[in-house]
Design a protein around this ligand. Sequence first.
Ligand code: C2G
Length: 128
Amino acid sequence: MKKIITYGTYDLLHYGHINLLQRAKALGDYLIVALSTDEFNWNSKQKKCYFTYEQRKRLLEAVRYVDLVIPEENWEQKISDVKEFKVDTFVMGDDWTGKFDFLKDYCEVVYLPRTPEISTTQIKKDLK
Ligand code: C2G
């Protein structure tokens, strides 16, 4: 069974996120999403989420491409996650290209093109 992992905040879940999850799952058989906790978002990514971790987790668990949701609590957990879950491929959108190449010692690293025009920031701006 080929296991894929990806990381993110996934707040105000939108079709750009779904496009990423769909393509990530297509690379294997089992997709793990490491979902940024509220504390990690606030302390390390300066992101204030609209939905709480539990709400964002529930939304992701309802997505057909997602098999497991685990918490992302810090920047340092990726290597141990890859080892613990026996991950074959790490996937991120290409806004992160190169940033996680250190994982190539442990698994395949794939950066997928982002979906243009849509972002949580844009949604919040438009709603204003
Ligand atoms: N994404 C995308 N297209 C968009 C918006 C987002 O493909 N229009 C992708 C991002 O590239 C990322 C995933 O969807 O792979 C989740 O996006 P965010 O929730 O913004 O994740 P981010 O804040 O970048 O967190 O340790 C890694 C970080 O947790 C990544």
